[in-house]
Design a protein around this ligand. Structure first.
Ligand code: CUA
Length: 369
């Protein structure tokens, strides 16, 4: 009935107003992004001008064919040489069209580049095959001057804010693209490119690597989680105050902690490659694991939700058996120099990793499901 439809519409409207929806569709037609709006209007102008040209040329063609058909014109047509006015017009019209399109393009570029002062800076660091997101302005350790890093291939940002994304890479060339939020850029080793993305709506937006970068290029997904300002501040405060919890002696998590920090038999410490904020683990060659227990995906989007738990065991044991090209050593004896972990030891490690949670996680981004 009409009333039911109206109620459903209102419900949908209010849920989107709360921003509690995941936008899994990849669309450059998402006009709640200022970047995409600018591109939309530019494309619209180009299309409108193209339609006018198409209609004009088609008309001229059919008019000429009709008017100068052989059966209507027995006599030879009038003969003349050159027509200055016509020739100037035929050159001038395309020149004007090109100038108009160029001006519109330059205007769009000027509006989008350079990134406006005051845009919120986030650095996207790509690596085979994951993303770390660094927040130079959010200090987690004032003395050391260390900035916040979010892991789990989740880029958490304030909504309704222009974000100055700086893309770079630790190894090969990758590409950063969240179609709903703005244009794509290459992430190139030792190069830092900055541009803006933005969105008017809080929500979760899907991103992908866009440059063929190795065996798991397709498994290099990430999410941009745009939070309302108040919730974003809540997240930042919690992240700044975060100290990785210390597991009580004798628990599985405590046993896992020891393996994480020291490895087994003096080899294979996770901390050699992974960082955990607030601990001695400061490895830089692997993904940051600071808030591992709060993440919603594993393997840069290979699994989500409940599947993260299901596959964590196999992931630690032999990640490249699941994600081709993953450089993490195997812990099943197949990587030389690395220990074989028993199922119990793997379970202990998982228990430790799951304790790495931001407090009150339900208060901010995890409730966007
Ligand atoms: Cu990284 Cu494709």
């Amino acid at each position: 009935s009409r009333a039911a439809k109206t109620a459903l519409g209102l419900a949908l409207l209010s849920s989107s107003a709360l921003g509690q929806q995941v936008n899994q569709s990849l669309s450059i037609g998402d006009l709640s992004s200022g970047y995409n709006r600018e591109m939309f209007w530019l494309a619209l102008w180009a299309i409108v001008i193209s339609i006018i040209i198409f209609v004009g040329v088609s008309w001229a063609l059919f008019y000429t064919v009709q008017k100068f058909r052989e059966d209507k014109n027995d006599a030879a047509p009038a003969q003349f040489h050159g027509n200055n006015r016509l020739e100037v017009t035929l050159v001038a019209v395309p020149v004007v069209i090109v100038i108009v399109l160029a001006l519109l393009t330059v205007r769009a570029m000027a509006r989008l580049n350079p990134t406006p002062a005051g845009a919120y800076p986030v650095t996207a660091v790509a690596a085979q095959f994951y993303w770390n997101f660094e927040y130079p302005n959010v200090k987690v350790d004032a003395a050391a001057g260390t900035g916040l890093v979010t892991n789990g291939n989740e880029m958490i940002v304030p909504s309704k804010t222009k974000i100055a994304v700086t893309a770079t890479s630790r190894d090969v060339i990758h590409g950063f693209w969240v179609p709903n939020l703005g244009g794509q850029r290459d992430a190139i080793p030792s190069v830092k490119k900055t541009w803006q993305i933005d969105n008017d709506k809080a929500g979760v937006y899907q991103g992908n690597c866009t440059v063929l970068c190795g065996a798991s290029h397709a498994n290099m997904r990430f999410k941009v989680i745009a939070l309302p300002e108040a919730e974003y501040q809540q997240f930042v405060s919690a992240a700044q105050a975060y100290k990785a919890p210390v597991a009580a002696a004798g628990t599985a998590a405590a046993a896992g902690y020891t393996i994480f920090m020291q490895g087994k038999g003096g080899a294979g410490a996770c901390a050699a490659c992974h960082r955990v904020q607030g601990t001695a683990a400061a490895g830089q060659s692997g993904p940051d694991l600071s808030f591992f227990g709060s993440r919603r995906t594993l393997g840069a989007g290979v699994w989500e939700g409940a599947d993260v738990d299901t596959h964590l065991h196999q992931w630690i044991k032999a990640s490249s058996s699941i994600k081709p090209g993953s450089v993490m050593p195997h812990y099943d004896g197949s990587t030389q120099g690395y220990p074989t972990l028993t199922d119990q030891e793997l379970t202990d490690l998982e228990a430790y990793l799951k304790t790495l949670q931001l407090p009150d996680e339900g208060n901010y981004w995890m409730k966007i499901s």
